[in-house]
Ligand binder design. Structure first.
Ligand code: GDP
Ligand code: IMO
Ligand code: MG
Length: 437
């Protein structure tokens, strides 16, 4: 378990299968750490036919002995977190390794109301983001504003909690519906304080905890939530989430220096999906898109919304590889593409006369591009039981090879089904691990 830490990050618009990849790698690490986002994330892990949908609890929770750490950069909704803990315990999962940063900010009921109210207002002028409605943007806005924000440590001190909540209620009364139950200070304080009591034994200074693990030779596994093209700074703004969902968020979100990270594994689906508004240049609003959606069960883990579907966008992928300095790719859901006659890969964007192979991280400009495709033959075999690259049909290998050559980095893992066991390792991820040990 000694050596440098690992980062797992989504390279597209989310739901790439980060939860599955984290689960595959977790046992080699001392702790799995969430550093960004909140309950907008929905990470599914399938073990022996049992499906776990995790929103706030790091995916390492399924391994006893591996700590599951919610870092300071996460916005924690105590209601969702406690329900998730209860659900895991009912299913026999040991949650004693779950630790929460005392400095993580709290998503309060009024943040969720604010999220919904803003989205409803934005709908009329076409500026709706299509958020998950989990209060993520408003909670991060309050953190940046430093007025009325509630942190996990405040849940443990009733007087402090009341001061923070009163400030927030005063501030928000100006734009939230008058008389909303979400602004009733007494009720908010009672509920949040009770939630704090249930979480108290899990709360600590996770910056010390994580750096102590590193000092004693342990390796951390950072579990990115959301994804690169949803990153507030590097994604398709304004159609993004409110945090740094790239590896760049690890420093501020976990209190761990980037010098501790030895390998960055970038997770990409074999095609593209997106939930909510914003450009998806390769979108297929047709039979192919519908077929991929059904085969891939492309419905949101958090909201159940149907995901928009398109061909793989290699221009976007190479941009994400650059931003995160990805060491190796994990290509997921390859099995979903079986049965298609041909496979298209976007290798450039056309805008009028101009053709570029540079990504455009802007919600409006990216909406104007036409994808330029290469086409490769499809494959018809069921590949869900393949466990080595040799067992994949030639066209599937050729497809992966084109992704590898365009991205300019090796493929470490290929996922051919949701189960932990449905994974092909090329050996690259392990070589990278030994190189940084
Ligand atoms: P995350 O948010 O990146 O963790 O991804 P999600 O869990 O939201 O969505 C990925 C979905 O694909 C989940 O339902 C997974 O169980 C499933 N999945 C992951 N890898 C594979 C794969 O290789 N093949 C198939 N068919 N499903 C997969
Ligand atoms: P995981 O970790 C897919 C999207 C939302 C919306 C935008 C802003 O499961 O990959 P927010 O609620 O964050 O303010 O919504 O970002 N979004 C995700 N889409 N997977 C996610 O997480 C997402 N997290 C946020 O759909 O378009
Ligand atoms: Mg998801």
């Amino acid at each position: 378990m000694t050596g440098k830490s690992t980062a797992v990050v989504g390279l597209q618009w989310g739901d790439e299968g980060k939860g599955k990849i984290v689960d595959v790698l977790a046992r080699e690490h001392a702790a799995v750490v969430r550093y960004n986002g909140g309950a907008n994330a929905g990470h599914s892990v399938v073990v022996n036919g049992e499906r776990y949908a995790l929103h706030l609890v790091p995916s390492g929770i399924l391994f006893p002995g591996v700590k599951a750490v919610i870092g300071n950069g996460v916005v924690v909704d105590p209601e969702v977190l406690l329900a998730e803990i209860d659900n895991l315990e009912v299913r026999g999962v040991d949650t004693s390794g779950l630790v929460i940063s005392s400095r993580a900010h709290v998503v309060m009921p009024y943040h969720k109301l604010e999220d919904r109210t803003r989205e409803a207002a934005a709908d009329s002028d076409g500026r709706k983001i299509g958020t998950t409605g989990r209060g993520i943007g408003p909670a991060y806005a309050d953190k940046a504003q430093r007025f009325g924000a509630v942190r996990v440590c405040d849940l443990l001190d009733r007087d402090r909690l009341r001061r923070r909540v009163s400030e927030a209620a005063r501030l928000k009364a100006g734009f939230l519906p008058a008389g909303a139950e979400e602004l009733n200070v007494d009720a908010l304080v009672d509920k949040a304080a009770a939630q704090g009591e249930r979480l108290r034994h899990r709360v600590s200074d996770t910056t010390y905890l994580l750096n102590e693990i590193i000092d004693s030779g342990g390796r951390l596994l950072f579990e990115g939530a959301n994804a690169t093209l949803l990153d507030v700074d590097h994604g398709t703004y304004p159609f993004v989430t409110a945090s740094n969902a790239t590896v760049l968020g690890i420093g501020p979100g976990a209190g761990v220096s980037p010098t501790c990270i030895g390998r960055v594994l970038g997770v990409a689906k074999a095609y593209s999906t997106r939930v909510g508004s914003g450009p998806l240049p390769t979108e297929q609003n047709n039979d192919i898109g519908n077929r991929i959606r059904e085969r891939g069960r492309e419905y949101g883990t958090t909201t159940g919304r149907p995901r928009r579907v398109g061909w793989i966008d290699l221009v976007a992928l190479r941009y994400s590889v650059m931003v995160n300095r990805v060491s190796a790719l994990c290509v997921t859901l390859l099995d979903v593409l079986s049965g298609l006659d041909e496979l298209k890969l976007c290798v450039a964007y056309r805008m009028g006369e101009r053709v570029t192979d540079c990504f455009i991280p802007d919600g409006e400009e990216l909406g104007k591009v036409e994808p330029v495709y290469e086409t490769l033959p499809g494959f018809s075999h069921d590949i869900t039981s393949a466990r080595s690259m040799d067992e994949l049909p030639g066209p599937a290998r050729a497809y992966l090879d084109r992704i590898r050559s365009f991205a300019g980095i090796p493929i470490g893992l290929v996922s051919v089904g949701p189960e932990r066991s449905q994974t092909i390792s090329t050996g690259v991820a392990r070589e990278l691990e030994s190189a940084t040990a």
